[in-house]
Design a protein around this ligand. Structure first.
Ligand code: HEM
Length: 495
């Protein structure tokens, strides 16, 4: 917040030297004297705007959030002028058209979302902006992993529990300081969680921030054979003390002669979160089929970081199991029937990816609308924006319809009736993300491939959106699955 002091434009014009260098941005006066040498964009650009109004120059290169971060440089405002740019408070909704889903955009209404969803949405947006956003973006640049302090803060707010979707594990848990009761958490709350987290737009950091537990811990909770053992694992992961992810299938497990252990050997090339995980939910080949084991990091488990164009902070790794001794109690589900474990969570996993992909696409539409004001004068740009908005809105509406079915179908029925629609929606959402990513760079030009400044979301989205088109089933596979599932219900009689 700028101090209450006011200046005339004439007064500011006299501060142009190294001893005292001011400029005006959005009717606010900034004293840049001490900042000139530290400015990431260099000193000469600031000297060029010394004593002048630099609003246009500033907003051509930076996101507004930069001014919030450097608010201490603001020393007052221009007499009889009011800043025009809105500085959002943590938790605020965006006033930009189509920047929020319709249920969050008055005067539109929704039959699906209730007060508890709105409370959760607001609390989660505030939490993400206050505690997750800055660190996520810092880690994207440095390659560091989410700090233990943040993980513990998330755990305390119930974010770990929420990531697993509705269920008994939420009962009695206070979520977001009481904004939602664990017992009332349904798939629309789950949608809110996935979509709000995606708005941080630092994709790798978010995946690295315990992203893997959504898939892996579900398998432990649903298929762990000993209630005490699985509660111990769940407590460790929910409290943020241990991290867990899913590893691959190119591994074999042979039982020891005394029947007490499996000996696991093999490798897996791509595993997100792998570098820092403590537990690996791993598909292994056993004598008569596929089985799933929870393997703890220890002797014989080695992870090596893999460099990706996607993100240095996601913890992507190559993992090797070399004669790893795993107790038989760590078997999830039945021996040789691991496919039940693997398939059981596919729908929810894909649905979470859809939520996030649509939300991130929407953030890109928002960026385009905010920064494209002058460009919007051109019909060709309006046409591109119309396409982007339509894709996002159509997929969101389809998502909400499917989510409603999820709220009213037992899990078995979901698997029977929703696998096809979820597969089709996923390929639709990631196909739309491809078009949104492409069009946004097309309109944005060089800034869309710049990692700093106002194009940073677009650059990040372009680098990472493709991940969703592959993860949990490639677009082509899912399209095929969707149609095959539909054909299963095709009437036998000739039409
Ligand atoms: C209060 C005044 C200013 C602050 C606090 C500020 C801060 C920053 C920061 C933090 C960056 C790093 C990139 C980012 O995070 O967006 C940056 C980059 C840059 N700034 Fe500034 N800046 C200010 C004013 C200006 C002005 C008035 C100009 C031009 C006339 C300018 C030109 C640039 C350039 C060319 C870059 C490099 C572009 C990039 O990295 O994307 N800055 N500035």
């Amino acid at each position: 917040m700028a101090s209450a002091k006011t200046f005339t434009r004439e007064e500011v014009r006299s501060h142009t030297t190294d001893e005292s260098l001011y400029c005006i941005i959005d009717s606010t006066v900034y004293d840049l004297t001490e900042f000139v040498d530290a400015h990431p964009g260099g000193e000469s650009v600031l000297r060029q705007v010394a004593g002048r109004d630099a609003t246009t120059a500033f907003y051509n290169l930076h996101r507004h959030e930069v001014l919030s971060k450097y608010r201490d440089l603001a020393i007052g405002t221009i007499e009889n002028e009011k800043p025009q740019v809105i500085t959002p408070k943590p938790g605020d909704l965006s006033p930009v058209p189509y920047a929020e889903p319709l249920w969050l955009s008055p005067p539109f209404r929704s039959p699906y979302f209730k007060d508890s969803h709105r409370r959760q949405q607001r609390a989660l947006r505030e939490f993400a902006q206050k505690y997750l956003y800055e660190e996520a973006w810092k880690n994207e640049a440095s390659g560091e992993y989410t700090s233990q302090e943040t993980i513990e803060r998330m755990s305390k707010a119930g974010l770990m529990h929420m990531r697993m979707g509705p269920g008994k594990h939420l009962h009695g848990v206070e979520l977001l300081g009481g904004a939602v009761k664990g017992e009332e958490y349904d798939y629309f709350h789950d949608l809110v969680s996935a979509q709000e987290m995606a708005r941080i737009m630092a994709r790798g950091a978010q995946d690295g921030n315990m992203g893997g537990m959504t898939i892996g811990l579900t398998a432990v909770l649903n298929f762990g054979n000993d209630p005490v053992w699985k509660q111990k694992i769940a407590d460790e992961v929910f409290s943020g003390k241990k991290k867990l992810y899913v590893a691959g299938l190119r591994t074999t497990a042979t039982k020891t002669p005394d029947g007490k252990h499996y000996i696991v050997n093999g490798t897996k090339k791509w595993i997100t979160n792998g570098t820092f995980c403590d537990y690996f939910v791993t598909g292994v080949k056993t004598d008569k089929g596929l089985s799933v084991l929870l393997i703890e990091r220890g002797e014989g488990v080695e992870t090596k970081p893999i460099k990706t164009s996607y993100s240095p902070t996601a913890g992507t790794a190559y993992i090797t199991f070399d004669n790893v001794k795993v107790p038989v109690e760590n078997l999830l589900g039945r021996e040789n029937k691991g496919i039940e474990v693997i398939l059981s969570n596919f729908n929810h996993e894909r649905w979470v990816m859809i939520c996030a992909s649509i939300s991130a696409s929407r953030k890109i539409v928002e960026s385009r609308l905010v920064f494209g004001k002058r460009l919007i004068d051109q019909p060709v740009i309006r046409l591109k924006l119309a396409k982007m908005i339509s894709l996002v809105e159509a997929n969101q509406a389809w998502l909400e319809t499917i989510t409603y079915q999820m709220c009213h179908m037992p899990y078995k029925q979901q698997a029977r009736h929703l696998a096809g629609p979820i597969a089709l929606l996923k390929q639709s959402a990631t196909g739309a993300a491809h078009e949104v990513a492409d069009e946004s760079v097309q309109i944005w030009g060089g800034r869309g491939i710049t990692q700093t400044g106002m194009g940073k979301y677009i650059e990040m989205f372009n680098r990472t959106y493709k991940f969703d088109a592959i993860l949990g089933g490639a677009e082509e596979v899912l399209a095929d699955l969707g149609v095959r599932q539909a054909m299963r219900d095709f009437p036998k009689a000739m039409l």
